[in-house]
Write a protein that binds this ligand. Structure first.
Ligand SMILES: C[S@@+](CC[C@H](N)C(=O)[O-])C[C@H]1O[C@@H](n2cnc3c(N)ncnc32)[C@H](O)[C@@H]1O
Length: 283
């Protein structure tokens, strides 16, 4: 989960606004990868300072709506299962999975995020293997895991999210489960604003141009990718998965927290998160 998805610029900065540093425009894969590598290292301290308390050190929170794996049970059986967390950030979810008896492994591209994961392991005394790797090239053998998951990790930040689906499919055993949360695709039609300004549709849902922040030289510093619901389902199916559920968490009564563009105002009207639950069919 970033500060403000889509986009990272804060409530007053609508995506695609007059700010010349904030655009919807095509970027090359190389530029997207470079931006992600730098961004998540630079932003790691800020991200954890802002969201660490909400995410916890030993907890699995799927989204700003506060859905917890402890309640939702989207991953199925945990004890004894080999579970891969992709785009783990500080790896609170993987540590929580370990407390449930899972053999969890946590992967992230960012050394900065993994530094926070090590610090949280020291604080809690719960350790899981931490691996610095790209979700596009997971350093594991075929069928190495029973389950894979991510809460807003990796998928929104790679140009070729279909390749992530194929890579996760490869490392899962037949019958394995893949569950991931992303910003709900319909959010991309709105301004990046948790208030009234975020209720007005300004972008085409069908415009897949990424959200881009760039520096004065035009070099992208933050890139986030939009896919429609159909795109996401197609990528899963093409990789060989069977979609078994699509969870659209409702904003819970009494939850007054704001996370970037997620807010009670908007959450009561339309979904902010989509959680895809898929299985690699057993032969
Ligand atoms: C929004 S954060 C989510 C972190 C964590 N899952 C959470 O809920 O707080 C996105 C994470 O994805 C990671 N990430 C981005 N691109 C990646 C890639 N290609 N491969 C692996 N991790 C990636 C970032 O480094 C960052 O830690």
């Amino acid at each position: 989960m970033t500060d403000d998805q889509p986009g990272n610029t804060g409530p007053d900065e609508p995506a695609g606004s007059e700010d010349p540093g904030v655009l919807r425009r095509p970027v090359t894969d190389t530029d997207a990868r470079r931006a992600s590598r730098v961004w998540w290292d630079v932003d790691a301290d800020n991200y954890q300072a802002e969201h660490g308390a909400f995410l916890g050190d030993l907890d699995f929170v799927w989204c700003p709506e506060g859905v917890r794996e402890a309640d939702a049970r989207l991953l199925g059986k945990l004890a004894g299962r080999r579970i891969l967390e992709v785009g783990c950030g500080a790896a609170a979810a993987a540590r929580w999975l370990a407390t449930q008896g899972a053999q969890a492994v946590a992967v992230d591209l960012s050394a900065g995020m993994l530094r926070h994961a090590r610090q949280a392991a020291d604080r809690t005394g719960v350790r899981v293997p931490l691996v610095q790797a790209d979700a596009l090239a997971l350093p594991f053998g075929d069928a190495a895991f029973d389950t894979a998951c991510t809460a807003f990790g990796a998928i929104p930040f790679v140009a070729d999210s279909a390749a992530v689906m194929r890579e996760v499919h490869r490392v899962l055993r037949p019958g394995g489960r893949w569950v991931f949360s992303v910003t709900h695709p319909m959010r991309w039609i709105f301004l990046d604003d948790p208030g009234e300004g975020g209720l007005r549709a300004v972008h085409s849902y069908f415009d897949r141009s990424p959200y881009v922040e760039q520096d004065a030289t035009g070099t992208p510093t933050y890139v986030e990718q939009h896919r429609t619901l159909g795109d996401r389902i197609r990528e899963l199916v093409d990789a060989g998965f069977r979609l078994t559920d699509l969870v659209e968490p409702e904003w819970p009564a009494g939850h007054e927290g704001v996370w970037g563009q997620w807010s009670p105002l908007r959450g009561r009207l339309f979904p902010g998160t989509a959680i895809f639950v898929a299985e690699k069919p057993a032969p």
